[in-house]
Every structure is written in C-alpha cells, then in structure tokens.
Write a protein that binds this ligand. Structure first.
Ligand code: 5GP
Length: 120
C-alpha cells in the first residue's frame, strides 16, 4: 500500500491537526490517543512516512528504527510507567485492525491490563 500523505497522523505531524503532545525528538512524536482505552493511552509515531510496522521494519534506515525504539522507551519512562509496567501494541494491516495508515505504537498503562487480546 502506498503511503497516504493526508492520513490523520501525517496531518498531526505537519501541525494541521492539534494533538496533546507527550514527547518529541528527531525520530518520533508521542501524543494522547483521542479515544483512550486505558488510564494512559499514548500513540508513538515515527516522523518518517511509513504505512505500518511491516513497512517500517522493512524499509526504514537503521538509524530511524533505533531512534524510534529508543523514543518509545523514553516516552514510557517519562510517563512513569517503567516500574509498574505497560503494554505496547502495533495493529498491522486488515487482520490487525489498523485504522490509521501511518505506523504507530499504542502505549497503554495506568492499571493492570488483563489478558493480551480481546475476544472479538
Ligand atoms: P489503529 O486502529 O490504527 O491501531 O489506531 C488508531 C488510533 O488512532 C485509535 O486508537 C484512534 O482513537 C486514534 N486516533 C484517530 N484519529 C485521531 C486523532 O485525530 N487524534 C488522536 N490523538 N488520535 C486519533
């Protein structure tokens, strides 16, 4: 799938749509999900134009992958979640239920999160 430069996260990156920013560096932007599903529900997105985890892991330069992974960890620590713990999720493609076609990691925390995958 070709990258759609008008997807909602691309528009957030360009500042065309506001977000509740949590963290930003050269590689990543993190902001609160508009419809949180846990007490803490933050989205971490790379600054580069990647459709999905599959696209990112296949085509991103090593420096962007490393920078992004470091940023995800930094966001969790900044939110104080490293000690109680948290969950990362990357919905990928149709079966993964991905809705926004710009690669993103969901970061959930703030309570004990239960089992890994919803039944439906
Ligand atoms: P996906 O299903 O693609 O993994 O998750 C997309 C996420 O983006 C959803 O959790 C949804 O609530 C969130 N989202 C969609 N549009 C916006 C928006 O305009 N702003 C923010 N902050 N989150 C959004």
């Amino acid at each position: 799938m070709a990258y759609d430069p008008n997807n909602v996260f691309a528009r957030i990156l360009r500042g065309e749509i506001p977000c509740k920013k949590v963290y930003e560096d050269d590689f990543a932007l993190a902001f609160h999900d508009i419809a949180p599903q846990a007490p803490v529900h933050v989205l971490v997105i790379p600054k580069g134009a990647y459709v999905s985890w599959d696209d990112f892991s296949k085509t991103a330069p090593d420096a962007e992958i490393g920078g992004f992974i470091r940023a995800v960890g930094a966001v969790a620590r900044q939110l104080g979640l490293d000690e109680p713990g948290y969950r990362l999720l990357a919905n990928t493609g149709r079966d993964g239920g991905q809705e926004v076609p710009h690669f993103h990691i969901h970061l959930f925390g703030g309570r004990v999160l239960g089992r890994m995958v919803a039944a439906d």
